[in-house]
Design a protein around this ligand. Structure first.
Ligand code: NAD
Length: 497
């Protein structure tokens, strides 16, 4: 698979079927209004096709369909072992269509084709398979009751789930929601980002082919302020799960309060600190990880290691190593299999990232490398991986989520100061520390207010462990059995014997 050349991928891209219609009750449909918008590839600026611009009318139809399907029991009351088999078939079909899904993902949002194929498709199918495999191994509880009573504690699917997802990992984010939501018997409406709707639309058809009944998984492409808002305000959506920015996450809590108090679970932004102490076991490994932490996925990562905190005594030795490691992360055409940094998602986002580079200059941070748009001749949205040194934590580039390959470097003198700087953020998604001192590692890990903590590595994770944020990075957790909490209600049933 990996041996395909850029020319091979470009040829396949020409022949690729682009489906932009909504998916409701097992079939593709135009939006009720008939409206569409253009899907433009950030890889080269090419128009890929038209996408249905769904709104309130489509939300009404899809929610009614999801509700009716849920109440019918065709999926919600199917035996868990049977749902498991269908979910595994769904994951198998994703793997069987890996090249097509990878190409759709790269064309739609610009990430390197090798990552789409090597990270996104397997990560997404694993989320479906893992959740499916788990669902017939979860037991309910019997309460500690008096002799003449029986207290059952059971979990039930919540009903209709709306999942609003972002564009940075369109397939993986969708599948982190779909895995536990579908496995536990819910009906789901996915609202993909208007910037990356294509893979969610294709996944819906594969789910149907796998045996997930029509109406259990509907996909409504469209804008946040139209169809997203309609779903978030809907009186018959039981649970809203979201991954995206903190700004929109807050708005969704308001919508829930203004409507039916639907459960709202939010995975939001981050500004993670990657802290390198002088006693790090391997400075070269730490430097390479620091570069990867800000360049992987073009820095469009909620967990991007965007604040690099370096102990002052090693900074002069360490920073040249980081700059050298960054040379291995050049922006390149996203369909070239050797590319490690692809295109940013669209022109608007490119300008936002360039705006932060301007802000870094204005605040007099010191540019060590990068800083400019590149590969303009391709028509794509590429930016050079960039490092600003000699920054301090009050700067905009240290406080705001840039969501691009722009690293902000801050020096510190003591463990206490490093922890204070790291925690001085509205976000609390993740952090990393590099040290050989076991006590320091444990104490720092306890002191950092984050949902994911890494020691002597960056960005470790798997379906087996929960993922989510403290503070304004969100609530609830994706992945692991903890994610099932979001998609089930707990019922206590008392029986007099
Ligand atoms: P975004 O908040 O702009 O959009 C996310 C989704 O919300 C999109 O589908 C969008 O159409 C929809 N939306 C926008 N306005 C809406 C409204 N008024 N009502 C309902 N829906 C609305 O985020 P984005 O730019 O797509 O994604 C980037 C953000 O996602 C970053 O902040 C990043 O940190 C975050 N993210 C978080 C995680 C995590 O797990 N914590 C993972 C990936 C991305």
């Amino acid at each position: 698979m990996i041996s395909l050349t850029r020319a091979d991928w470009e040829q396949r891209a020409k022949n690729l079927k682009i489906e932009g219609r909504a998916f409701v009750h097992g079939e593709y449909r135009t939006a009720v209004s008939g409206d569409t918008f253009e899907c433009i590839s950030p890889v080269d600026g090419r128009v890929l096709g038209q996408v249905a611009s769904c709104d309130l009318a489509d939300a009404e139809l899809a929610v009614a369909d999801a509700r009716a399907t849920f109440e019918s029991g065709v999926w919600s009351r199917m035996a868990p072992a049977q749902r498991k088999r269908v979910m595994i078939r769904f994951a198998d079909l994703m793997d069987a269509h890996a090249e097509e899904l990878a190409l759709l993902e790269t064309l739609d949002m610009g990430k390197p084709i090798s990552d789409s194929l090597g990270v996104d498709v397997p990560g997404a199918s694993r989320a479906i398979r893992w959740s499916g495999e788990a669902v017939d191994k979860i037991y309910d509880e019997v309460a500690a009751t008096p002799h003449d009573e029986l207290g059952l504690v059971t979990r039930e699917p919540v009903g209709v789930v709306a999942a609003i997802v972002p564009w940075n990992f369109p397939m993986i984010m969708t599948c982190w929601k779909l895995g536990p939501a579908l496995s536990t018997g819910n009906s789901v409406i996915v609202k993909p980002s208007e910037k990356s709707p294509l893979t969610a639309l294709r996944l819906a058809q594969l789910a149907l082919e796998a045996g997930i009944p029509a109406g259990v998984l509907n996909v409504l492409p469209g804008y946040g302020h139209t169809v997203g808002k309609a779903l978030a305000l809907h009186m018959d959506v039981d649970t809203l799960v979201f991954t995206g920015s903190t700004k929109i996450a807050k708005q969704l809590m308001i919508y829930a309060g203004e409507s039916n108090m639907k459960r709202v679970w939010l995975e939001a932004g981050g500004k993670s600190a990657n802290i390198v102490f002088a006693d790090a076991p391997d400075l070269k490994a730490a430097a390479e990880a620091a570069a990867a932490a800000i360049c992987f996925n073009q820095g469009e990562m909620c967990t991007a290691g965007s604040r690099l905190l370096v102990e002052r005594s090693i900074k002069d030795q360490f920073m040249p190593m980081v700059v050298e490691a960054m040379q291995g992360w050049k922006a390149g055409h996203a369909l070239d299999p050797d590319t490690k940094v692809g295109a940013l998602v669209d022109a608007g986002h490119l300008n936002a990232v360039l705006g932060y580079i301007d802000a870094g200059h204005k605040d007099q941070a010191k540019l060590l490398c990068g800083g400019k748009r590149t590969l303009e001749e391709t028509g794509g949205m590429y930016v050079e991986p960039t490092i600003f040194d000699d920054a301090h934590n009050a700067m905009r580039i240290a406080q705001e989520e840039i969501f691009g390959p722009v690293l902000t470097v801050i020096a510190f003198d003591s463990t206490e100061e490093a922890i204070q700087i790291a925690n001085d953020s509205i976000y609390g998604l993740a952090a990393a520390i590099w040290t050989s001192n076991l006590s320091k590692a444990h104490l720092a890990a306890k002191a950092l207010r984050v949902g994911s903590m890494w020691v002597n590595q960056y960005d470790g994770g798997d379906m087996t462990a929960p993922f989510g944020g403290y503070k304004q990075s969100g609530n609830g957790r994706d992945k692991s059995l903890h994610a099932f909490d979001k998609y089930t209600e707990i019922k206590a049933t008392w029986i007099k014997l």
